[in-house]
Unconditional design. Structure first.
Length: 113
């Protein structure tokens, strides 16, 4: 598996914004569908957003108004812009390569005042 490196998570106040980054290193990144998942305490890991190799995004309906997934194939990066964060967004966020089956190590997002 090709490693993915997640970053960008931190403590943020409710209503704030964060942009998560996922750095890939495979030679065929541009051919992979990618996604962001999250796991909050006591819950299963759940999908947040996905993006096809062509750049078409798809979102969990409850998050589509606040989250935006994007990718830069030249830089082998995937991003998750999160706006108007809420305490219930607190979770470890993971990047996933659907084609290769790789996972990032996770980055902690904590939304709290």
């Amino acid at each position: 598996q090709v490693p993915l490196v997640d970053s960008g998570g931190e403590l943020v106040q409710p209503g704030g914004s964060l942009k998560l980054s996922c750095a890939a290193s495979g030679n065929f990144f541009s051919l992979s569908s990618m996604g962001w998942y999250r796991r909050s305490p006591g819950n299963e890991r759940e999908v947040v957003a996905t993006i096809t190799s062509e750049g078409r995004p798809n979102y969990v309906s409850s998050l589509k108004d606040r989250f935006t997934i994007s990718r830069d194939n030249a830089k082998k990066m995937v991003y998750l812009q999160m706006n108007n964060l809420k305490p219930e967004d607190t979770a470890v966020y993971y990047c996933h390569d659907f084609t290769l089956g790789s996972w990032g190590q996770g980055t902690q997002v904590t939304v709290s005042s």
